[in-house]
Design a protein around this ligand. Structure first.
Ligand code: AHG
Ligand code: MN
Ligand code: MN
Length: 355
């Protein structure tokens, strides 16, 4: 049997081959993988590790969502893991209103490489207690080495468009625990061998087919959607006898990580549009630690990602916890639903995807 390729082997290989991949980024990915191993262990123990349910005081995060025990545990594990990646200067998370500046961040250190990390520590929180796949999402940004290290400047330095990501990915806690990663040269998947605590390179060079017969959207919101989404989904649901002359299947796991993983495995389109309920809220998902890293992976695998009108990765964030409409996956379908938005006349034009 040929020797198994492990995450560390691939990272070392990338380091040798690439002019841009640095040892600091290798350390960061390694630290995230270690955090993933610990979170995975807790997830798989479930009730046995007393990690199910809400926090005792039913604390809310900055988005007004009640935090689950595992949301906070995963957040703590990730902060702790960053101690082993000294190039990470600061961390932003769904579960923290403001950035966390690492203790090892030296305000006088000017020359060294510096990075910022964004995480959704536990994606799919509503699935924790029902034993359905959940995940961790991460995004790594470069910090210019002469950036002053005060809190305001560092907070502002996070607001970079997704095109600037140095690395992005997720860890999926499903029937298998998998790390899916891009450092800007394709997408690779690794499966955790829980006996050896080793990440085995099981899914090299993931590619998303351009066409698909499968879509993912929470149709319980259908009555609130704007016209372009209503039209697009109605056509898919009409199947063979409708304008698309083809049947489409639907899947919705309600963990973005798991839905995106399916799309990376076999194609599909994932949507979380803005809707009429709150025109000032451009979608449910957060730009910087949900939409952007996933858009990076999807594009790196040959798919497309927009906010309904524009390329998602070019969106310049204005706030850490900003939300955005998301249309990602197989190219032909993302292009079609995006065209339906841009073709929309002035009278029906809405705030969707324009913020
Ligand atoms: P989180 O658990 O990090 O708050 O994210 C949940 C997100 C995303 O993973 C998922 O696609 C979506 O919320 C599910 O939304 P619905 O509850 O509307 O289905
Ligand atoms: Mn999430
Ligand atoms: Mn979350």
């Amino acid at each position: 049997m040929s020797r198994l390729v492990l995450l560390d082997d691939l990272l070392c290989d990338l380091l040798q081959r690439s002019g841009t991949f640095t040892d600091s980024v290798r350390q960061i990915v390694h630290a995230l993988a270690k955090a993933g191993e610990q979170i995975s262990q807790k997830v798989h123990q479930g009730a046995l590790a007393n990690i199910l349910g809400n926090t005792q005081q039913e604390q809310e995060n900055v988005q007004g969502e009640i935090q689950k025990k595992l949301d906070l545990l995963a957040n703590d594990i990730l902060i702790e893991a960053c101690q082993h990646a000294p190039a990470i200067v600061a961390l932003a998370s769904e579960e923290m209103e403001t950035i966390h500046i690492m203790e090892h961040a030296d305000p006088l250190e000017k020359a060294a490489e510096k990075y910022l990390l964004l995480v959704d520590p536990l994606d799919g929180s509503s699935n924790i207690d029902v034993n359905v796949s959940i995940g961790t999402i991460f995004s790594v940004l470069r910090l210019s080495s002469d950036t002053p290290m005060d809190r305001n400047t560092l907070s502002a330095a996070f607001l970079q468009p997704g095109t600037q990501q140095v690395a992005a990915g997720y860890i999926l806690y499903g029937p298998q625990t998998m790390l899916v990663l891009s450092v800007g040269c394709g997408v690779d998947g690794f499966t955790l061998d829980p006996i050896q605590n080793a990440w085995v390179h099981t899914h090299p060079n993931l590619r998303i087919p351009e066409s698909t017969q499968e879509f993912a959207i929470n149709t319980s919101n259908e009555r609130h959607w704007y016209a372009p989404v209503q039209r697009y989904i109605a056509e898919l649901k009409a199947g063979k006898s409708g304008p698309r002359q083809s049947d489409f299947n639907m899947r919705w796991i309600a963990s973005m990580v798991a839905d995106i993983h399916r799309i990376l495995m076999r194609g599909g389109i994932f949507m979380y549009p803005a809707d009429l309920r709150n025109p000032s809220r451009p979608g449910r998902l957060r730009l910087m630690y949900e939409a952007s890293p996933m858009a990076f992976l999807i594009e790196q695998a040959g798919g497309a990602a927009t906010d309904g009108r524009k390329r998602l990765l070019e969106k310049v964030p204005t706030a850490l916890h900003e939300r955005i409409a998301v249309f990602v996956g197989s190219k032909n379908e993302v292009e079609r639903v995006t065209r339906y938005h841009t073709e929309t006349t002035e009278t029906t034009e809405t705030s969707e995807g324009t913020n």
